[in-house]
Design a protein around this ligand. Structure first.
Ligand code: ADP
Length: 491
């Protein structure tokens, strides 16, 4: 019964370009025969066929024009007119009346034909439109399916509508109907491997906030036991009124790239360790030699040895920076936090650096005793790096001012130099790993671009941050912020 209803429902045939006149022809004929049986056999009153035949067949013509197009409508109309003619011929009405009946039939025939053409034509136009839209959709689906990156598209509730082949290869699983993006996916953070919640999954996050997630890295534990690293970008899709109607996400497999990075980090880590031991030994031997030379009072030889010692120290700093970068990359840099006076630490660092910076004058302005909660050695490293940079990048030899102040629950430390300065478009970049401002002038400065990256990462892990204000040629001020000492442990 349901199938018969579906077959008869003309709406089910929208977009289906099948316009056969056979079914309309036969059905209309059947109605004509039934009408004859009803009036002639059952009612035994052939003349009772009248108004109802006009409305019944009008309905049939409209129905078939809409169901089967122009051909369907014309077939139904032809049978109807044939039947009307049969009625006129088979009933014995007076001649005058017959002429009127023929005239009425001619008018009705014209009207029915017109109706069949107009409705049939409209139906065929709709079919064409639906078909071209479906074509467009199919083409888009085929493109998405064959893209070399993983793609998943969901509705506004996060239910997966389409997931392409590449995504299923990456994930090692099929996406069953009704699968909710993010849910039941063993997604972990790429760095520490911590499992994330369904709400933190990029698609879910993009859907709930409307803000796009760009290039976030995750680790996925597949059912087959493999761990794959993926980079996901997800974004909510809005309609013209700004309402979220869907979400889409692109997934890259970056496992290979991660493995290469790890190999490189392991190498840097190992190389730094290997280098550290001989350098430390050289320094120790030098120290003992310097002592011996002092006693022997050969001033020239002592000077040479001092230079070698200075160079060895630089080498040692470089190696330890390399080690720090590698530890940061692998998440192995550890911190021991305590409460301490930042003023004292900065003061001591300045005194130490002033001893070697003959052409610069280092000044400190600070209110009395500000205590912070941090890793003392790591903060010493940050301050040293910023003051060393201030000295290095103001070759003219000028004043360098260090300021400390309180701001809400933080201590803000600033280091101002009057050196070469940094162009605005470089301000964010200089904190990236191994980034150096390249320019004919700047190239003359030694360094590997690790200091600011290490400083930024150290501060990030303290809940603080670092930033710069600078104009090219007018010097720079580097700021960093640290949380003040914890109340409980104070006093
Ligand atoms: P390095 O100094 O070893 O090159 P850093 O990470 O400490 O590496 O600094 C990155 C870059 O930022 C430097 O190469 C330099 O171009 C720029 N920079 C840092 N500090 C200053 C400063 N005080 N004045 C001008 N440029 C600076």
């Amino acid at each position: 019964m349901r199938r018969l209803m579906a077959y008869l429902n003309p709406l089910n045939r929208l977009g289906v370009k099948r316009y056969s006149p056979i079914f309309p022809f036969l059905t209309t004929l059947l109605f004509g025969i039934l009408s004859e049986i009803y009036t002639v056999v059952i009612l035994k009153d052939p003349d009772s066929v009248g108004m109802y035949a006009i409305f019944l067949f009008l309905g049939i013509i409209v129905y078939f024009s809409f169901r089967n197009g122009i051909l369907g409508g014309v077939a139904a109309t032809t049978v109807t007119i044939g039947y009307y003619a049969y009625i006129i011929v088979s009933r014995n009405a007076p001649h005058q009346q017959k002429i009127v009946q023929w005239e009425t039939t001619a008018v009705l025939a014209t009207f029915y034909m017109l109706l069949a053409f107009v409705i049939g034509w409209l139906k065929q136009r709709i079919d064409l439109l639906i078909e071209s839209e479906a074509d467009e959709r199919r083409r888009l689906q085929a493109i998405v399916e064959q893209l070399p990156v993983g793609v998943v598209i969901t509705d506004n509730k996060g239910i997966v509508i389409q997931a392409n082949r590449q995504l299923e290869t990456i994930m090692g699983m099929k996406f069953p109907r009704g699968f909710i993006a993010g849910k039941n996916l063993p997604l972990h953070t790429a760095h520490k491997g911590k499992e994330i919640t369904a709400a933190q999954a990029p698609l879910a996050a993009a859907l709930s906030t409307g803000i796009a997630v760009v290039g976030k890295e995750f680790m996925l534990k597949r059912k087959d036991g493999r761990e794959v690293y993926i980079r996901i970008s997800a974004s909510a899709i809005h309609n013209k009124e700004g309402k979220i109607i869907a979400a889409a996400s692109i997934i890259h497999d970056i496992t290979q790239q991660k493995e290469n990075e790890k190999r490189k980090d392991d190498f840097v880590n190992m190389a730094s360790h290997e280098l550290k031991t001989p350098i430390t030994s050289i320094r120790l031997y030098l120290d003992s030699l310097i002592l011996k030379m002092k006693n022997a009072s050969d001033k020239n030889a002592e000077k040479t040895l001092q230079s070698i010692r200075y160079q060895t120290e630089r080498l040692q700093e470089l190696v330890s920076d390399l080690l720090d970068v590698s530890r940061l990359q692998t998440g192995k840099l550890s911190f021991t936090k305590e409460n301490f006076h930042i003023n004292e630490l900065v003061k001591e660092t300045i005194e130490q650096l002033q001893a070697t910076a003959k052409h610069h004058s280092l000044k400190l302005t600070a209110p009395p005793a500000i205590r912070v909660y941090a890793d003392k050695f790591r903060i010493y490293q940050v301050v040293t790096n910023l003051i060393t940079n201030a000295i290095k990048y103001s070759p003219g030899g000028t004043a360098i001012t260090v300021r400390i102040r309180k701001q809400k629950n933080n201590a803000v430390i600033s280091i101002t130099d009057q050196g070469i300065g940094i162009a605005k478009d470089q301000h964010a970049k200089i904190f990236q790993r191994l980034y150096q401002v390249v320019g004919s002038k700047e190239k003359t400065f030694p360094g590997l671009g690790m200091g600011l990256y290490i400083s930024k990462e150290i501060l990030k892990r303290h809940g603080g941050r670092i930033w710069v204000e600078s104009e090219i040629g007018k010097g720079s001020t580097f700021f960093f912020r640290l949380p003040l000492a914890k109340k409980k442990q104070e006093g």
